[in-house]
Ligand binder design. Structure first.
Ligand SMILES: Nc1ncnc2c1ncn2[C@@H]1O[C@H](COP(=O)(O)OP(=O)(O)OP(=O)(O)O)[C@@H](O)[C@H]1O
Length: 306
């Protein structure tokens, strides 16, 4: 064993050092990014197996078994923790992003995208588990809390799929009622919404009618997950769009959120560009250049004389 280590140390050179440093860095990154997730336990197990694999190199049989175990663990990790790994890769991509001059904005963190991702993931999982949920997404201007029948409990927590899923578990105190989201924050939970008076389908109970009610009275959006069927609905302007797949919900929400963001970004001078002077700009500017260069003008079309 010692002889093997000595032989290995004798071969050690700059490239081996770099190899080890990069491997340690990769493992440290994997540990760091999975530290708070379920995948963290498996990553730690994987690293332990890896260390055992390295130290048992002189024992070919044990080494072979550990080698197979490592492959199996890597595959299992990939399958079991696909969402976590996706997030890890996204974070890595963000961490090593390169901003080229002129298009720096393309790589900006997009809080709306993050919110959408968390929200839709939570709704997808709530729907799959048939956990009833009611989620109000406030417009830029928060809803006057007097509109709510009961204001619920103030939370001010950052939106995350884990929090949303936890709130709607029937064992929690806050599951009854709606969650109200303002920008990237869960403003309150356990909020009781005004119920619509409109006669809707007989299949629709109070949860769905509450979504209709709040969107009739304010210009918010409201997502409903049915406890009975797991179906997803989106209420807007007092109308329910249902049943939706999570992909369709993401599409609809993205359209609404982007719509309001674009409206916010509209620059005050934007109207100026639609002015005829700017709309016909190229023709006018070409005319001025032609005058400067004394180029002959095209004869203007005139109506034939009668
Ligand atoms: N006005 C309201 N505001 C907020 N939440 C409400 C309101 N009304 C009902 N809910 C929520 O909906 C839950 C059950 O509603 P109900 O079964 O009548 O609705 P539903 O539309 O049939 O929905 P589901 O398909 O999930 O059963 C309640 O336990 C409560 O959490």
């Amino acid at each position: 064993m010692l002889a093997a280590i000595w032989a290995w140390l004798q071969q050690f050179n700059f490239l081996s050092l770099l190899d080890w440093a990069l491997a340690v860095l990769l493992l440290a990154l994997a540990l760091y990014y999975t530290r708070d997730s379920r995948a963290g336990v498996l990553v730690r197990g994987f690293i332990l197996l890896l260390v055992l694999f390295l130290v048992t190199t002189p024992l070919p049989l044990v080494n072979l078994i550990l080698d197979r175990l490592l492959v199996a663990t890597a595959v299992a990790m990939g399958v079991l923790f696909q969402p976590e790994f996706r997030r890890l890769l996204e974070q890595l991509a963000k961490a090593i992003r390169i901003e080229w001059p002129g298009n720096a904005g393309d790589y900006e963190d997009d809080p709306e995208e993050d919110l959408l991702e968390e929200l839709v993931q939570a709704v997808r999982e709530l729907s799959q588990n048939r956990t009833g949920a009611l989620i109000v997404i406030e417009p830029d201007q928060p809803i006057d809390s007097r509109v709510f029948t009961d204001k619920g409990v103030l939370l001010q927590a950052r939106v995350s799929r884990e929090i949303l899923q936890t709130i709607f578990q029937t064992t929690t105190l806050l599951h009854d009622g709606a969650v109200v989201i303002h920008q990237d924050r869960i403003r309150a939970a356990g909020v009781i919404l005004p119920v619509s008076e409109r006669v809707a389908s007989r299949q629709l109970g109070t949860r769905h009618r509450a979504a209709m009610g709040i969107t009739e009275q304010t210009n918010c959006l409201c997502i409903v997950v049915s406890e009975e069927t797991g179906s997803i609905s989106l209420a807007e302007g007092g109308r329910l769009e249902r049943p939706l797949t999570s992909t369709k919900l993401q599409e609809l929400l993205a359209k609404r959120l982007r719509g309001s963001r674009d409206a916010k970004r509209e620059v005050p001078l934007q109207g100026l560009w639609s002015h005829p002077w700017f709309r016909n700009g190229p023709q006018r500017w070409w005319g001025s250049l032609r005058d400067l260069a004394k180029l002959p003008r095209k004869p203007e079309k005139t109506l034939p004389k009668e």
